[in-house]
Design a protein around this ligand. Structure first.
Ligand SMILES: [Zn+2]
Length: 175
């Protein structure tokens, strides 16, 4: 008896949809809220802040992802395998983005959600960079780059919001 190569290929292609491991939640406070006059978890007014101003305010690694469309390396962010109950906020402006109950275990190496908290929590733009056509997900309040959205997520939406941990702040319900 032998294993057909096609079966191995299928397993590899589906790895992204399989549940990944889970671990305890890292609830360390983010340093991005300090000295950031635009950060608010209650004000949903759209922000128009210059790139130079964000560069002055944000830590360099947050700025690189949020304002220069960077991507953190897979499996390096603090939330990709987190499973605590609570709310995920934009680390740049404090806008509420996702509830933990829309987060699903993904072995892709980035925190993944099937639904945004509100329709206007985020907005979308076509992204043709790196030789691909993808849909970019941006914060609905501050226009920071959060990640991309794909059509291989679980029910009920079938969507996968593939986010960068570094632009998310998590606050646990029982804090
Ligand atoms: Zn934001």
């Amino acid at each position: 008896m032998f294993i057909r190569p096609a079966i191995l290929f299928l397993f590899g292609a589906m790895a992204c949809a399989n549940p990944g491991s889970t671990s305890t939640m890292d609830t360390a406070p983010s340093s991005t809220q300090q000295d950031n006059p635009y950060y608010s978890r209650t004000d949903t007014t759209h922000l128009n802040v210059s790139d130079a101003e964000w560069k002055r305010i944000l830590p360099a690694d947050v700025y690189q992802v949020a304002r220069q469309q960077g991507t953190e390396r897979a499996f390096t962010g603090k939330y990709w395998d987190a499973d605590g109950l609570g709310m995920y906020y934009c680390a740049v402006c404090g806008n509420a983005l996702f509830r933990s109950d829309s987060k699903f275990a993904s072995s892709c190496g980035w925190p993944s959600f099937y639904q945004a908290l509100r329709p206007n929590s985020v907005r979308y733009e076509e992204d043709k960079s790196h030789g691909m056509i993808r849909t970019e997900v941006l914060c609905g309040r501050c226009d920071s780059h959060l990640g991309h959205i794909f059509d291989d997520g679980p029910p009920p939406t079938g969507k996968r919001f593939c986010m960068n941990s570094i632009v998310l702040d998590f606050e646990a319900d029982n804090k």
